[in-house]
Design a binder for this molecule. Structure first.
Ligand code: FMN
Length: 364
């Protein structure tokens, strides 16, 4: 196997990525006030500017999209000003950066909604917990969104995308994975609506398609990406037939000239379930014609294999980028990697955030 493909440049829509390595979105829970990114986020992201493309942590599109404490937003002037500094620091180091747009839907708690129930496609509670100002609490039972509210959430996503491009981001990625709002619409286990947003696969895909169509009105379609996890059962996600549901959606996405789709490989626990797809990129490469980013548990060797076999155009890494700001350089020389420290994934300050060492010690 040759390492060369990792370092080939890649034409992504109207821009060129300097290599095939993408930093996947990672929530770091350090936005302590008003959804404004932590002051160290500028250093954190710019340290990782050698990635072909950085995708930011999940970022809220509106106050009602929240589901976890200390996550940033992109709907106020103050948030936008902070993000503008981050983007410009990444661009100064010749990096590219897209913002991940996030609505948690039912994966939330009434504490984030002034005591009201969180909005979701249907009033079906998910099993699990989120971190609130008073510590860990079970997800609340959600309420079913009405049609006007769905339109207004699509507007919030659209404004957020516009804001992101306005402050200089190279693109946006819709967080359509892990059982958050877009996947809640898509999957039959969380969507039991009887209107045009529920029932058939076409109806369950409508929310995502309307989102993409609306965002495409305000930014170039090649600046839009979407992350999907077709073999996901986390956050109570379930579908009667994921092969059909995601097969339909991914095929439909061919029509929109998107920047990318990012597909997560199957979780171990989903691999043996009926109709779940064990080898995700393999399966969808035959359906999707555009840029496909593969994600989940990749290492240097699997990255080379996925690129060389043509299963994917780009490979994303989350935890390895978290712990190795110079991951491309380490892959180039096949150097040992810093291990990610779990205890500092979420919350805290500089430790485990901006202090992972570079190989080239002059950059530490
Ligand atoms: C600390 C942490 C935070 C994460 N936050 C997000 C997020 O905000 N949005 C998202 O799509 N995925 C998130 N993920 C998932 C990663 O993007 C990625 O899909 C997953 O970690 C698998 O990739 P890896 O094996 O390279 O780590 C997070 C993962 C970690 C470790």
């Amino acid at each position: 196997m040759s390492e060369n493909m990792l370092f080939e440049s890649y034409k992504y829509g109207g821009m060129e990525l300097k290599n095939r390595l993408v930093m996947a979105a990672m929530t770091r829970s350090r936005s302590f006030e008003r959804g404004v990114p932590h002051e160290l986020a500028t250093l954190y992201y710019s340290q990782r500017a050698s990635a072909g493309l950085i995708i930011t942590e999940g970022t809220h599109i509106s106050p009602t999209s929240a589901g976890y404490l200390w996550c940033p937003g992109i709907y106020t002037e103050e948030q936008m000003e902070a993000w503008a500094k981050i983007v410009s620091a990444v661009h100064d180091k010749d990096g590219k950066i897209s913002m991940q747009l996030w609505h948690t839907g039912r994966i939330s708690h009434t504490d984030f909604h002034g005591g009201e129930k969180p909005p979701a496609p249907s009033a079906i509670k998910a099993i699990g917990r989120t971190y609130t100002k008073d510590g860990w609490k079970e997800f609340s039972e959600p309420r079913e969104m009405n049609r006007d509210e769905i339109k207004s959430v699509i507007k919030d996503y659209t404004n957020a995308a516009k804001n992101a491009i306005e402050v200089g981001f190279d693109g946006i990625e819709i967080h359509g994975a892990f059982g958050y709002l877009p996947e809640q619409f898509l999957c039959s286990g969380s969507n039991q609506r009887t209107d045009e947003y529920g029932g058939s696969i076409e109806n369950r895909s409508r929310f995502v398609i309307e989102l993409i169509e609306s965002i495409s009105q305000v930014i170039d379609s090649w600046r839009i990406g979407i992350k999907l996890s077709p073999s996901n059962i986390a956050n109570s996600s379930s579908d009667d037939n994921p092969t059909e549901t995601f097969g339909y959606l991914v095929n439909k996405l061919n029509d929109y000239n998107l920047g990318h789709i990012q597909l997560m490989e199957a979780e171990e626990a989903a691999k043996t379930l009926p109709n779940y797809i064990p080898n995700v990129a393999d399966y969808f490469r035959n359906i999707y014609k555009g840029t496909l980013i593969t994600n989940n548990h990749h290492n240097r060797e699997t990255a080379i294999e996925f690129l060389e076999s043509g299963k994917a155009n780009l490979v994303s890494f989350a935890r390895w980028f978290l712990a190795n700001p110079d991951l491309p350089q380490r892959f180039r020389v096949n150097a040992p990697l810093n291990e990610p420290l779990k205890k500092s994934f979420y919350g805290g300050g500089a430790e485990g955030y901006v202090d992972y060492p570079f190989l080239d010690t002059s950059q530490n």
